[in-house]
Design a binder for this molecule. Structure first.
Ligand SMILES: [Zn+2]
Length: 189
């Protein structure tokens, strides 16, 4: 989740909403009231990587620790400082499910609005024995045609990859993770 600062991370003044001039015209931003400091919280999206892992001819999806049953997704993670996205994909796949990425290709880049992230999504061919980190509850292997993406962020990457293989895409909507548990439960009248 992206951070919203209350205090300036440079000088600790309380941030205020100010009109900040930019090439596209002035916009209201959270910014430091001290012009000499000049900090502006731009809230640029944070890049993260997502790996659609191919292993022994099937796609491996992972259920994160603490996720509800039935929620399987790409292996994802944040980039380290100065890390190339392809290297980040290989590192995350190794760390989270223990496989060695031998080949990876960009599928595309997708906005994930809820977390203000840009998902850089790769098809990653991997080898080895699956070994789960503590962050992953379980993995499942799927034939490519069995994939049912959700219509958000990494789901669009799955859909685009399926289309590139000539597969028919059927989206299945589910409450977004992190929202499901706070959604009101419908009660019968
Ligand atoms: Zn400041």
């Amino acid at each position: 989740m992206f951070e919203v600062f209350k205090h300036c991370p440079r000088c600790a003044a309380v941030l205020v909403d100010r009109d900040i001039a930019d090439d596209g015209g002035a916009r209201t931003r959270r910014a430091c009231p001290d012009d000499a400091c000049g900090f502006v919280q731009w809230q640029n999206p944070t890049p993260a990587v997502g790996a659609l892992v191919e292993h022994e001819g099937q796609i491996v999806l992972a259920r994160g620790a603490g996720w509800p049953d039935g929620y399987f997704a790409l292996v994802t993670g944040y980039l380290e400082k100065n890390e190339d996205p392809k290297a980040g994909v290989a590192r995350e796949v190794k760390e989270e499910i223990g496989l060695e990425v031998v080949e990876s290709h960009l599928i595309g880049n997708y906005i994930f609005e809820r977390k203000n992230e840009i998902m850089l999504c790769y098809h990653a061919v991997a080898r080895g024995e699956i070994r789960l980190s503590a962050e992953i509850a379980e993995v499942r292997h799927y034939a490519p045609h069995e994939l049912r993406p959700w219509p958000r962020a990494t789901g669009f990457a799955v859909a685009d990859w399926m289309k590139s293989r000539g597969l028919r895409v059927e989206f299945i909507d589910r409450p977004p993770l992190g929202v499901a548990s706070t959604m009101p439960v419908a009660k019968g009248s």
